[in-house]
Design a protein around this ligand. Structure first.
Ligand code: ATR
Length: 291
């Protein structure tokens, strides 16, 4: 796509579509890659209210875009509106990245990829010792995490405040998931090799996720997909107990890679420099420091 456009002398443009979208860090992220890779493209913000989303998406190419990221509140609408979905989007039920294949608009979901790519990059041998995971939460983020872990053959105990939501999610995915309430957590933690927080607890302005980590095996890995603050109370507590921890910011960075590659024809890298650029932005906007 990029090469075609470049031959025609057109500057390829992508955007993030949301409402509101001012807070999105995707322009900073993709802008950094465009600049450092020397690509004469652009990545913009598109603030599109819900009633206008279907028209905006239908006219994406006519507006000069090669594709887009889709964020809140449009991910489920995009799922319904695209011409074709990739396997992850199909399983997760939401689309966060769109691109064109010939004249067809394809919808993908890169959150599961981002989750696993960051884990692979942070702890390359995690898979050798991980058989069972506890996943906390049963919302959209949990669906991506569950999809990613099942693809790696991990057995999952899905723990959620509202048990019925965990049961629905478990039924949607596979027999390798059990749905549990928080009461069962101590027992489940004792058997877990990996614990993942996908709830909104621990985010800035939300209560902390307070779990008693005592039952956890010392070798267990603790992953929090929340990235503002960069180190949540939950991760800090896990780190203080000597667990290997994985933060949420890397997932955000890695989930952006496949979209960029499709739109601009170059696979970008997630580097410490990029991470510190986004960390500084979070710090500047929230006053919260990382670790
Ligand atoms: P997302 O799509 O980002 O995952 P979501 O669908 O709103 O967001 O899901 C938020 C998750 O955080 C849910 O699992 C929610 O639990 P419920 O299904 O019981 O609502 C969980 N969550 C939010 N606030 C919580 C709280 N105070 N205590 C426990 N879980 C909470």
């Amino acid at each position: 796509m990029y090469h075609e456009l470049r031959e025609r002398g057109t500057r390829p443009r992508a955007c993030v579509i949301g409402h509101p979208v001012a807070h999105s860090r995707s322009p900073l992220l993709h802008g950094y890659w465009l600049k450092t890779l020397g690509i004469a493209g652009a990545y913009e913000r598109a603030d599109v209210p819900e009633p206008d989303f279907a028209n905006f998406l239908r006219d994406l190419r006519r507006q000069g875009y090669v594709g887009a990221n889709i964020t809140v509140p449009h991910k489920e609408a995009a799922f319904r509106l695209v011409d074709r979905r990739d396997e992850a989007a199909q399983a997760i039920g939401a689309v966060n990245t769109v691109w064109y294949e010939n004249d067809r608009l394809v919808g993908g979901n890169t959150d599961a990829y981002g989750f696993i790519a960051h884990l692979d990059a942070s702890l390359p041998r995690w898979h050798e010792t991980t058989h069972r995971a506890v996943v906390l939460g049963a919302g959209g983020a949990a669906r991506a995490v569950v999809h990613a872990l099942l693809a790696r053959g991990i057995e999952i105990a899905l723990v959620n405040r509202t048990l019925a939501r965990a049961q629905d999610l478990a039924a949607h995915f596979s027999q390798w998931i059990s749905a549990e309430s928080f009461a069962q957590l101590p027992q489940r933690l004792g058997r877990a090799d990996l614990v993942v927080n996908t709830t909104s607890l621990g985010m800035i302005d939300k209560p902390a996720l307070e779990l008693d980590l005592a039952p956890l095996k010392p070798a267990a890995i603790v992953y929090d997909i929340v990235y503002v603050p960069l180190e949540t109370e939950f991760l800090r507590a896990a780190r203080a107990r000597g667990h290997r921890t994985v933060d949420g910011l890397g997932m955000l960075l890695h989930q952006a890679v496949p979209g960029f590659a499709r739109w601009f024809g170059v696979t970008p890298s997630v580097t410490p420099k990029l991470k510190s650029l986004i960390e500084s932005d979070i710090h500047a906007k929230t006053g919260l420091a990382g670790h």
